[in-house]
Structures are given as structure tokens and as C-alpha cells.
Design a protein around this ligand. Structure first.
Ligand code: NAD
Length: 431
């Protein structure tokens, strides 16, 4: 099939490369010309495991190409994926200007039947809005389907190639049929393709992210309660996770959720349901708990040191989660801003997010080329992102480098006994 993917971010680029991998001809479009130039040279604008190799292979096979010229891509394709950003607007609602703008551009470039696939995360009713815009601009036949994306940054390629399920919202047979063909190679091992109406499909994505965010905030509250009663959240987590109705995954307490999805999607569903008169109470609490949780490490440090003025704090992990360079809404940002405001000096390291951190913090934070360099002369270490390479460090070397051996572990990656045996003053979450 001839496909176009509009937007070459974490979703669009991964989708484009994976769709080319199954033999389709894919043109990826982005209005950011610098990004397109990089991609044409085989350089990735984002860090995502396995992506570079996949992109290069499919470019070499001439199945994957990049352009900033949207009309050309539309004319050459029969199926067009919209994967542009839907950032949070000022009132919490998803900002649809990119999606609706692209819909208009697609309509103006159409030269025959097109299937337009909404892959961006959008509020209920957006497929209908896209349909209206296209209807106004063209007399060519078309279908609009909703196809929310569930991939996880850090495992995006794998998730796209082996999805748990594919959700397709459609109001017409033809659109649904073509989408089944597009996804057939990714669902051979039995993952279901779930075809439904557009409103349900649009809501699926928000419901999934909202439930995951709820699990995180819930476990963070349980961890806080464990601290009040001197209980151990690891024991509690394992015990409740063994209940098949609950399950063991996504029950890890930490320093709150970040990223480009959970924070904005939770706020967007609260907003678009409020617009219909519904008061989404649980999600308002989820959001408040998360906001508070992002400050737990800084608060604990202030309590430990009395004052942070003049202290040197090492930070391991800046990305909002491991295996990505994305720092959007990252808990590390909240921590570092608090430390700087309190007069501390910050020395930070992340395996992938250093270029983004440099743009964000400039010279206000010392960014070190290696993890251990961040520890030199530090009064304490804060672990904010649970990258694998932080899990089994050389504790003796850490002690030698640090001024005082104090560790604030925001992800519970170390054993309390091991830390005690190695002479660290050790704080973690809910233990
Ligand atoms: P992103 O910000 O990484 O990428 C969006 C891209 O779209 C950018 O490169 C931007 O330049 C481009 N763009 C914007 N307007 C354009 C236009 N008019 N024409 C061409 N290109 C344009 O965003 P992302 O993280 O890939 O997310 C995209 C959508 O997918 C969002 O709705 C998001 O909520 C959703 N989503 C994201 C994830 C994730 O893990 N990041 C997962 C599932 C769904």
C-alpha cells in the first residue's frame, strides 16, 4: 500500500518505519524541515531503541522517504495517518490546531479516494470534526477512521510491531476493511483488531492512560501511607499484585508520572467531560496526588539537610522514564528547579536526555558526561529515572567520589540492606 504519515515525532516516525517494514511504501511528512533533513541523512531526531536501524534499512530498500511537502505525499498515498502533536492548551483541553490544520491541508491536496487515519490522541468528536473540514474542502470521496496509538516510549518499535490490540473507530465499512489489511501483518499472533464506532475508539485511549495514571497515583498514596505506619510498600505491592484481579504490573511507587501523555491526557479527559457537564472526580485527585508526589524528594532533602543552600546534589536520570530522551513534564525538572531555587548546585547525568537537558537548563546545571562524574564532591545523590545502568553501581566508588554518602532513591532501585551495608544514608519511597 501507499501510505503517508504526517508528523515524525515519537509516534509518527515509529509508525512510519514499522509500516514500511511490512512492505508498504511510506512517505513521512513533517513541517519541521531541520528534522526532515536529519532523517534524510539517516539521523534520528529522537532516541528510541531499535528505531535508527529500522529507519535506515527501510530507506535503503526505498520503502521509506521523508518530505516537508505535504501535498506531494497526499497525492502519492491512499492511506494517510495523522500523527501530529496534541499538546495541552491553557485550559487543560487538547489543542487540536495541528490535527485540524493538517486535515484541511490533506483535503486541499486530495486527488481521489483517501482514507484518513487519526492516530494522534484526540478528544471524543474529533473524527467528526475532521470529516466536516474535509467535506467542506473537497468533493473527492474519503473515509476518516480513528486509530489511537498505545505504544510506550522506550519500547515503541516493539509495541508497534507486536501490539496488545489494535483499536479502529470507523463509521464506514471501507475504512474498517482497509485498516484490517494495514494491521494484518502486526496481528498474526492473535492480537485482536477491535473495530468500533469513532467515539468509543477515541475514548479508549484516554480511558487507558487515565487508568494507568490512576494506578501510579494510587500506589504513590499507598507508599506515603506505608511511610506513616512504617510499613514496606514492596511487601504490600507484591501481596496485592498476586491477586489476579489486580495483577503485578504498574504498581511501582516513585516520584510521579511525567511525559508527553499521562499529564496532558488526564487533564484533557477532565476538561472534555466537564464541557459535557461531567465532574471526573477521581482523575482530579489523580492529578493532585501526582503534582504533590513530584516534590517528595526535594522535601525529604530539605528535611535531611535543614537547608540546601550551597549543597551539591547529584541527579541520576533526567528523562521522564528510562530508554527515552523525552523530558516533557519529567519529575527531574520539578526536583532540579526546587534545588536551584533553594540555592543548591546540581550535577546531573542521563544516558539519553543530555542534549535536551542542555537546552532546558543551559549553564544553571552542571551536566556531566558520565554517571560517576556527577557524584564528585556531592552531598547527596537523587535517583530520578530508573535506567538499568544505575541499578548495579560500584558502591565503593560512589562513596569515594561523594562528599557525604546520602542517597535519595526516587524509584526504589536499591535494596535497603545493601545500601546500609555499604555505609549509605538511604531514603526511598514507601519503605
Ligand atoms: P511529537 O511532538 O514527538 O511529534 C509531533 C510531530 O508533528 C512534530 O515533529 C511536529 O513538527 C509535527 N507536526 C506538527 N504540526 C505539523 C503539521 N502541520 N504538518 C506536519 N508535521 C507537523 O508528538 P508525539 O509524541 O509523536 O505524539 C503525537 C500524538 O500521538 C499526540 O497526540 C500524542 O498524544 C499521541 N501519542 C503519543 C505517544 C507517545 O508515547 N509519545 C503514545 C501514544 C499516542
Amino acid at each position: 500500500m501507499k501510505l503517508a504519515v504526517i508528523g515524525t515525532g515519537y509516534v509518527g516516525l515509529v509508525a512510519g518505519a514499522c509500516l514500511a517494514e511490512t512492505g508498504n511504501d511510506v512517505i513521512c511528512v513533517d513541517k519541521d524541515e531541520a528534522k526532515i533533513r536529519m532523517l534524510r541523512r539517516g539521523k534520528m531526531p529522537i532516541f528510541e531503541p531499535g528505531l535508527e536501524e529500522l529507519v535506515r534499512r527501510n530507506m535503503a530498500e526505498q520503502r521509506l522517504s521523508f518530505t516537508s511537502q505535504l501535498p506531494r505525499a497526499i497525492r502519492a498515498s491512499s492511506v494517510i495517518f495523522i500523527a501530529v502533536g496534541t499538546p495541552q492548551g491553557e485550559d487543560g483541553a487538547a489543542d487540536l490546531q495541528h490535527v485540524l490544520g493538517v486535515a484541511r491541508e490533506i483535503a486541499q491536496a486530495m486527488n481521489g479516494y483517501k482514507l484518513i487515519v487519526d492516530k494522534s490522541t484526540v478528544p471524543v468528536g474529533t473524527a467528526e470534526k475532521v470529516r466536516e473540514i474535509i467535506r467542506r474542502e473537497t468533493t473527492h470521496p474519503f473515509s476518516v477512521v480513528s486509530n489511537p496509538e498505545f505504544l510506550k516510549q522506550g519500547a515503541a518499535v516493539d509495541d508497534f510491531l507486536k501490539p496488545d490490540r489494535v483499536v479502529i473507530g470507523t463509521e464506514d465499512e471501507k475504512g474498517g476493511e482497509i485498516m484490517r489489511q494495514v494491521y494484518a501483518p502486526f496481528t498474526r499472533t492473535g492480537a485482536p483488531i477491535m473495530v468500533m464506532d469513532c467515539a468509543s475508539a477515541e475514548l479508549c485511549k484516554y480511558a487507558a492512560n487515565a487508568l494507568l495514571a490512576t494506578k501510579i497515583s494510587f500506589m504513590n498514596e499507598i507508599a506515603n501511607v506505608c511511610e506513616v505506619f512504617e510499613a514496606d510498600v514492596d511487601q504490600v505491592r507484591r501481596a496485592i499484585g498476586a491477586d489476579r484481579r489486580i495483577g503485578p504490573s504498574f504498581l511501582f511507587p516513585g516520584v510521579g508520572y511525567g511525559g508527553s501523555c499521562f499529564p496532558k491526557d488526564v487533564q484533557a479527559i477532565v476538561k472534555f467531560t466537564a464541557d459535557k457537564g461531567y465532574d471526573f472526580q477521581i482523575l482530579k485527585a489523580v492529578e493532585r496526588v501526582n503534582h504533590r508526589q513530584k516534590s517528595v524528594l526535594a522535601t525529604r532533602m530539605e528535611k535531611h539537610f535543614g537547608s540546601l543552600k550551597g549543597k551539591t546534589i547529584a541527579v541520576w536520570g533526567l528523562a521522564f522514564k528510562p530508554r527515552t530522551d523525552d523530558m516533557r513534564e519529567a519529575p527531574a525538572i520539578v526536583l532540579i528547579e526546587r534545588l536551584l531555587a533553594a540555592g543548591a548546585h546540581v550535577q546531573a547525568f542521563d544516558p539519553a536526555a543530555m542534549p535536551i537537558a542542555k537546552r532546558l537548563f543551559g549553564s544553571t546545571v552542571t551536566l556531566t558526561p558520565r554517571s560517576y562524574a556527577a557524584l564528585e564532591g556531592a552531598d547527596a545523590l537523587a535517583v530520578v529515572t530508573e535506567w538499568n545502568e544505575f541499578r548495579e553501581p560500584d558502591f565503593a566508588k560512589m562513596r569515594r567520589l561523594m562528599k557525604t554518602p546520602v542517597v535519595f532513591d526516587g524509584r526504589n532501585i536499591y535494596s535497603r540492606n545493601v545500601m546500609r551495608a555499604n555505609g549509605f544514608t538511604y531514603y526511598s519511597i514507601g519503605r
